[in-house]
Design a protein around this ligand. Structure first.
Ligand code: NAG
Ligand code: NAG
Ligand code: NAG
Ligand code: NAG
Ligand code: NAG
Length: 463
């Protein structure tokens, strides 16, 4: 406990605008001391699904096009942009904290504490929950638009100059995914586009595997999976924070939930207002603990910790790989699907990326596994995306077609298939790889124990 108190003063808290002209947010950066000048811990890169979009670590692999190659077909899976808070986080975590805070204002003088002085005049960024929850923020729309423009530049050789109504973009049929898709389309085309220009994919049960929201159509899926494990870790990691913070402001008596709420508010307030004073309360260790909490939760609900995950992600992976395997000339060569957070980890699990199975146990609940591969901040921030690029290469060293996977713009080599340029996978081997993955896992209907006859195991929306 004393350890955290001391650490706090060893760190310099600096508010710096990152050296990125496009950045909308004040990035809260924690630094070390003169013994390690270049240490920069950007809190916004450790907020898992509440992180604003950022580019993943490339591990020195060049995300640009390998020499001698062009991209001639590409499929994108994109999470919607920043929202005001999701229902669950608000109702179970943030709102209980806000209520406790409101009722304590008359008894506690927050101005006595350096960390909490701002609370004296603070009000919630979620001012109208009924209106705002689950909705895109201003930055959510802007970032989606920005992604559209980036894709237009990156793939200019395969996008027609004039995107007409024949160009399709697909989205799950909820407002935040629809609106993110129309903003991406506006950025892509340079014209005003509306949700009417988006092809919607139903989330209802009888869609079976033919959906972008398989957790909603699979009745075996249990959204609470992982809560027990994550809550054990929550109680563990917050106990020392509670002691530290109770010493800083007497009378409030922080709970584990309050700590989680303040850490979530750092992210949500940042995407709503551009910055948040909550980000400055915690140390880098405490942020890593928060990140680990959601990594545990997502591992058991949407990742390798659930037998369902690969079966739910596979139909989209199979349909995308078949698209990339096509040799006939097509009018559309860029395919974008806008989805909810869970789709990204499901697809990564189907692909066997970020799989740590060599370590046992992967998620000890009394300490952080620092060496884990499963780091959800790297793949589920707002607007997080997975791209499958088909490279057409003709050089002295490489000839033919290759598939390269990018996660949040950074190349992610497939285990055992990385011989191509930029650590890509030769197309024929990629097709074998996907077939092996598909054979390893139960089909959707079997995994989900679907009990109606016309269920489908395949995703059929691509032309
Ligand atoms: C979705 O957006 C439409 C049009 O903007 C609106 O009428 C509707 O109430 C929204 N639905 C939800 C659930 O917010
Ligand atoms: C869902 O998961 C939770 C947490 O593991 C468990 O308590 C609950 O029984 C599960 N529900 C079903 C229907 O299996
Ligand atoms: C991929 O394309 C090749 C060549 O057209 C074809 O022979 C093969 O069956 C296709 N593979 C799959 C899995 O569709
Ligand atoms: C993760 O990797 C391990 C070891 O390579 C493998 O046994 C396991 O099946 C993989 N998980 C999935 C869901 O494919
Ligand atoms: C499948 O069957 C259900 C229930 O009988 C029906 O409501 C639904 O429309 C059918 N779906 C398809 C894709 O045929």
């Amino acid at each position: 406990m004393i350890r955290y108190g001391n650490l706090r003063w060893m760190l310099l808290f600096l508010l710096l605008v990152e050296g990125n002209a496009n950045s909308l947010f004040n990035s809260p950066i924690l630094t070390a001391d003169a013994s390690y000048n270049s240490y920069k811990f950007n809190i916004l890169h450790h907020l898992t699904a509440i992180s604003p979009y950022f580019e993943s670590d490339t591990n020195e692999l060049n995300p640009g096009l390998p020499i001698g190659c062009t991209v001639d077909k590409v499929v994108y899976l994109v999470r919607h942009g920043s929202i005001y808070a999701n229902d669950y986080d608000y109702e179970h975590t943030i709102d209980p904290f806000l209520k406790r805070f409101q009722s304590s204002l008359s008894q506690i003088d927050f101005s006595r504490s350096q960390e909490f002085a701002f609370l004296q005049s603070w009000n919630s960024p979620i001012s109208d929950p009924n209106e705002q929850l689950e909705k895109l923020t201003k930055s959510g729309r802007l970032e989606a638009f920005h992604l559209g423009t980036q894709l237009a530049y990156r793939y200019r050789n395969i996008i027609p100059d004039n995107l007409d109504a024949s160009f399709k973009i697909w989205a799950s049929s909820s407002n935040r995914t629809k609106q993110s898709a129309s903003s991406i389309l506006s950025g892509l085309s340079g014209k005003e586009k509306t949700v009417d220009d988006v092809s919607l994919i139903n989330e209802e049960k009888n869609q079976g595997a033919n959906t972008l929201s398989p957790t909603k159509t699979c009745s075996k899926f249990n959204i609470s999976s992982g809560s027990e494990q994550a809550n054990i870790w929550l109680e563990h990691y917050t106990s020392s924070i509670i002691t530290r913070l109770n010493n800083r402001i007497s009378g409030f008596q922080f709970s584990a939930n309050d700590i989680l709420a303040m850490q979530e508010l750092c992210g949500y307030e940042t995407v709503i207002r551009g910055s948040s004073p909550f980000c400055q309360i915690f140390t880098s260790d405490e942020w890593l603990s928060f990140e680990y909490y959601f990594d545990i939760k997502y591992y058991y609900s949407f990742g390798y910790g659930s037998y369902l995950s690969a079966s739910l992600g596979m139909p989209w992976v199979v349909a995308s790989s078949e698209l990339l395997n096509e040799t006939v000339t097509t009018n559309q060569n860029l395919y974008i699907n806008v989805v909810h957070r869970e789709m990204l980890p499901l697809v990564l699990t189907a692909l066997d990326l970020y799989n740590d199975s060599n370590e046992n146990p992967t998620f000890p609940l009394d300490r952080i596994n620092y060496r884990r591969a499963w780091r959800s901040s790297q793949f589920v921030p707002f607007l997080g995306h997975i791209a499958l690029e088909r490279l057409q290469c003709a050089s002295s060293s490489y000839n033919g077609k290759f598939i390269r996977i990018l996660v949040n713009s950074a190349p992610q080599p497939l285990p055992g298939c990385e011989k191509g340029p930029g650590a890509s996978c030769p197309l024929t081997q990629f097709m074998d790889y996907i077939k092996n993955r598909d054979d390893l896992h139960d089909d959707f209907s079997k995994a989900c124990q679907v009990n109606y006859e016309n269920s489908t195991d395949v995703f059929t929306f691509f032309p």
